[in-house]
Design a protein around this ligand. Structure first.
Ligand code: GLN
Length: 561
């Protein structure tokens, strides 16, 4: 437990413990949406910059077993890990800030924890005991935290929700116990809001005091406070917060609003957060931080040489967090190509017949999605981009609508569609594999034996790129690995007809059975991929397809004049 403010700060290396995982627990208070995920990821980045191997886990208090069933328009995108887990979008931040591959052991919900406990109860594992929140649920939470640790030097564990929520209580109790029981030191970081009142020009520390009081009442003394505020905290306010919260004054950190999230690691390092944490964790021998790559990212962002406007054609675009990773991947490509990328959200429902609404765009992107609504608008967006030689990037559903458009308008397969949207289409160019054809070669229709709830293709899979394709040139590799999340596939029955009409199959699964990338021959840049490349794009490297797309959009803009 981190109960001794400043007590361990003199630190020193803990002999014999160098190979043990240290844990940093991150909680939030006062209000939600303070950016706990970004704060955790950025702390991860500065610890990694000190040569430490860092991993991250998120504990979500909601009862859904995973966010796979939650609407991305309410909850933000579903982030897919390499091992195929459908996780919270914060896991995406973790992978963008730290060179770490998350997996299903890095995101747990209350639903999952209870599911595990109930399964054990049903199989008699508790030997007749009354199963209770303490110790059974809390023990399961602690076990889950350890499962995610791997061989990391430091594990950051973010607790979703806000201190004071009923739902978070078992998690907070579990991390309190964890600190007491763990052999190596743990640190507790608490993120709060320090509001600035415009009218009186005052900074208010009371909500932070109350939030820490709440945390201390359940036995957790934070070691470090990250105070979100509009402007830097004056010294006397820091002193006041320190006094009332029992936190060392130098550990009351002013976390000011930054307009570029990728500058957060630099700022936290400036505030000596890595120094405080390695001392607290007994890792004083960690080398000084090397933040060269993060400086380069910040510098690239500050000095763009050109700009582009990208239309993102989606279903309902009120919550842009629904496309979080795509937005970030576009920004990363901008960093790599010194391009300022403006994203214009276009509601596909409102996209007119000729694709008007797309005039003036330097690129069209259709991201992933499910369900019928807005489909015809997306198909029109693909058509507009193809006819006007505007760079087109179709991701998952965006590839499927491009294939449908090509089938209808170039290969003259009237009413071609995906069976997801029209089960009776005469030309199911996109369909469940079971619908491609039956033993006699006739197209098999959706029926009892192939329903919508068929298995989803999830997680990382290999893809072989075709020689001479644009994708092959961009990846500079012939085998790649990318992440999937979809049920429907390009129907191989139509491959020959579409290819004869000018479609290029640029990538197939390693067994050769599934089409993974399509391109349109003769178009300056028209790529559709069945996988989700946005999940593997990171700010320090960018992603080949996004970099290619933004580069093409820049050329399109210059040539358009
Ligand atoms: N709805 C489509 C499918 O299930 C596409 C899914 C997606 O874009 N992620 O195949």
């Amino acid at each position: 437990m981190g109960g001794h403010a400043g007590g361990w700060h003199s630190g020193g290396v803990w002999p014999g413990l160098r190979d043990m995982t240290r844990y940093v627990f991150v909680t939030g208070g006062v209000v939600s949406s303070l950016g706990k995920g970004l704060a955790s990821a950025s702390i991860g980045a500065i610890l990694e910059a000190r040569g430490l191997k860092v991993g991250l886990t998120k504990l979500d208090p909601y009862i859904n077993v995973d966010p796979g069933t939650m609407s991305p328009y309410q909850h933000g995108e579903v982030y897919v890990t390499a091992d195929g887990a459908e996780t919270d979008l914060d896991i995406g931040h973790y992978e963008r800030f730290v060179r770490f591959r998350a997996g299903r052991h890095n995101n747990y919900t209350t639903g999952q924890i209870y599911e595990r406990v109930i399964r054990k109860e049903r199989s008699g594992d508790y030997l007749g005991a009354t199963v209770q929140v303490i110790p059974h649920i809390t023990d399961e939470i602690k076990a889950a935290i350890r499962e995610g640790a791997g061989d990391n030097d430091v594990m950051l564990v973010e607790i979703g929700g806000t201190v004071g929520d009923i739902e978070s209580l078992p998690f907070l109790e579990a991390i309190r116990q964890f600190g007491l029981e763990n052999d190596a030191p743990c640190a507790y970081v608490h993120l709060t809001l320090v509001p600035y009142l415009e009218t009186s020009g005052e900074i208010k520390t009371k909500p932070t005091q109350h939030s820490v009081k709440e945390l201390r009442s359940i036995g957790i003394q934070p070691d470090l406070l990250l105070c979100r505020s509009k402007r830097p905290l004056p010294q006397d306010e820091r002193k006041k917060i320190a006094l009332f919260t029992n936190v060392a004054e130098d550990a009351v950190i002013s976390a000011v609003d930054l307009d570029n999230i990728y500058e957060i690691p630099l700022w936290l390092h400036q505030q000596r957060v890595d120094e405080l944490l390695v001392r607290r964790l007994g890792l004083d021998d960690a080398r000084p931080a090397d933040l060269g790559e993060w400086r380069a990212v910040a510098q690239a962002r500050r000095s763009p040489e050109t700009e582009v406007r990208i239309a993102m054609v989606g279903k309902y675009t009120g919550l842009t967090d629904a496309y979080k990773s795509v937005n970030e991947a576009l920004a990363h490509a901008g960093l790599k190509t010194r391009t300022s990328v403006e994203i214009v959200y276009v509601d596909s429902d409102r996209l007119g017949n000729g694709g008007d609404g797309l005039a003036g765009m330097d690129g069209v992107l259709v991201p992933g999605g499910f369900g019928l609504r807005g489909i015809e608008g997306k198909i029109r967006a693909a058509e507009y981009a193809r006819r006007h030689a505007v760079p087109y990037f179709g991701i998952c559903l965006g590839m499927q609508v491009a294939a449908i458009e090509f089938a209808r308008n170039v290969a003259h397969l009237e009413s071609a569609n995906s069976t997801e949207f029209d089960a009776a289409t005469p030309h199911p160019v996109i369909a469940l594999i079971t619908e491609w054809n039956d033993a006699t070669g006739a197209v098999k229709r959706r029926s009892e034996d192939s329903d919508l709830g068929g298995t989803m293709r999830l997680g990382e899979q290999g893809c072989r790129l075709a020689a001479g394709s644009a994708a092959r040139a961009m990846y500079r590799d012939d085998v790649i690995r990318e992440r999937h999340r979809h049920r429907y596939e390009f129907n191989n029955t139509y491959k020959e007809r579409l290819c004869d009409a000018g479609l290029v199959v640029a990538g197939v699964s390693l067994d050769g059975q599934l089409v993974e990338i399509i391109e349109v021959g003769g178009h300056p840049w028209f790529v559709g991929c069945q996988f989700h490349p946005e999940f593997t794009s990171v700010p320090r490297d960018g992603h080949p397809l996004f970099i290619g797309f933004i580069g093409a959009a820049g050329r399109f803009r210059r040539e358009r004049g």
